[in-house]
Design a protein around this ligand. Structure first.
Ligand SMILES: Nc1ncnc2c1ncn2[C@@H]1O[C@H](COP(=O)(O)OP(=O)(O)OP(=O)(O)O)[C@@H](O)[C@H]1O
Ligand SMILES: [Mg+2]
Length: 329
């Protein structure tokens, strides 16, 4: 059984649908990368999983964690789950840390709350976790305030804090976007190690295909509130089926070798969720558009572990795939 099974998840704010029938599963210890341009609904999906959307949002479909339905679950059940079996790391560590409390106190409070640890044991455990995320001097870090740490250290502290309660699932929403490339690589390497050691399932949200390629076994590509392609990361990146995935790949600089002077990008903008076109939402930007794309939204069809929602790919039956010369490390 999957640890997390999301089925036809929908999120609506007033009359505007921002997540439109998203389905995926995540097994214990597995990593899934959720990618897509800004506004595609990645964060809304994550917030829905944690029951953190505003009360005015209408959420539909099913979210099962370890077999239990979370949609419609009571506040107490969601509170118990969050920060214990399911943890989350956001992009901006400053907004998740209390600027007035030393790191040690903040971490100890998590342990006292979730595990009923005594303060001295909590401090020892906090130091151990800071060491696990490769903070050079855990004892000193415990005595510091968030503003005394670098951005990379703050993000590691946040990861350490998220993992204190020994969760089974970590949802990380752009956890390294604010960091420079070297620090980003270090933080992601820490996450990889912890994931292996703790058998942690990871839902990693990012707009960076490079991050997904190195750190996620499977990936799902979102466009305008829907998953348009999913599959094993290596297979999808080697031969993307959906024209949008292919365009995303082509718009990336080479990960290895010289960078082109000017980066190509996908022409046009994703649709405003309030004004979705009647057919495929990507059709206005797609170079392979055919008549059917303008009339009917394509269904996500699965075959041998891969899935794609595209009329053109469907029509090409079996010869799906867009060759790419991008070299993913
Ligand atoms: N409270 C809200 N009311 C109305 N629309 C909202 C609300 N919150 C988010 N949205 C809309 O939902 C859509 C998806 O937003 P979301 O934050 O999930 O995007 P994202 O994929 O995480 O983008 P980014 O990469 O920029 O973080 C956007 O069009 C956004 O404007
Ligand atoms: Mg987001």
């Amino acid at each position: 059984m999957s640890l997390l099974a999301v089925d036809m998840l929908r999120v609506r704010h007033r009359a505007v649908t921002v997540v439109d029938g998203v389905s995926f599963t995540l097994a214990a210890g597995e990593s899934l990368g959720l990618v897509g341009e800004s506004g595609s609904g990645k964060s809304q999906t994550a917030l829905a999983l944690l029951g953190l959307l505003p009360a005015t949002a209408a959420v539909g479909g099913s979210i099962r964690f370890d077999g239990r339905e979370l949609i419609g679950a009571g506040r107490a059940q969601l509170d118990r789950l969050r920060g214990s079996r399911v943890a989350m790391v956001f992009q901006d560590p400053m907004s998740s840390l209390n600027p007035y409390l030393r790191i040690g106190v903040q971490m100890a409070e998590v342990l006292e709350q979730h595990r009923g640890s005594a303060r001295s044991a909590a401090f020892r455990e906090a130091a151990r976790m800071l060491d696990a995320v490769r903070i050079a001097n855990p004892a000193r870090c415990l005595t510091q305030y968030p503003h005394e740490l670098s951005g990379g250290m703050r993000q590691r502290v946040l990861i350490a804090m998220a993992l204190l309660a020994q969760p089974e699932l970590l949802i990380a929403d752009e956890p390294t976007t604010a960091l420079d490339v070297t620090v980003q690589a270090e933080v992601l390497a820490v996450l990889d190690d912890l994931r292996r050691d703790l058998r942690l399932a990871l839902l990693l949200i990012t707009h960076d295909l490079g991050v997904v390629s190195g750190h996620c076994e499977r990936m799902a590509v979102m466009y305008a509130g829907r998953i348009v392609e999913s599959g094993p990361t290596v297979a999808v990146l080697a031969l993307p089926a959906h024209p949008y995935t292919a365009a995303l790949l082509a718009s990336r600089p080479h990960l290895v070798g010289p960078r082109p002077g000017r980066l190509p990008s996908i022409a046009g903008q994703p649709p405003d969720p309030a004004r979705r076109p009647p057919g495929c939402a990507f059709a206005p930007r797609c170079r392979q558009v055919v008549a059917a794309c303008l009339e009917l939204a394509p269904i996500l069809r699965s075959e041998s572990g891969r899935a794609c929602a595209c009329h053109v790919v469907e029509g090409a039956s079996g010869s799906a795939g867009h060759a790419t010369d991008r070299n993913f490390a």
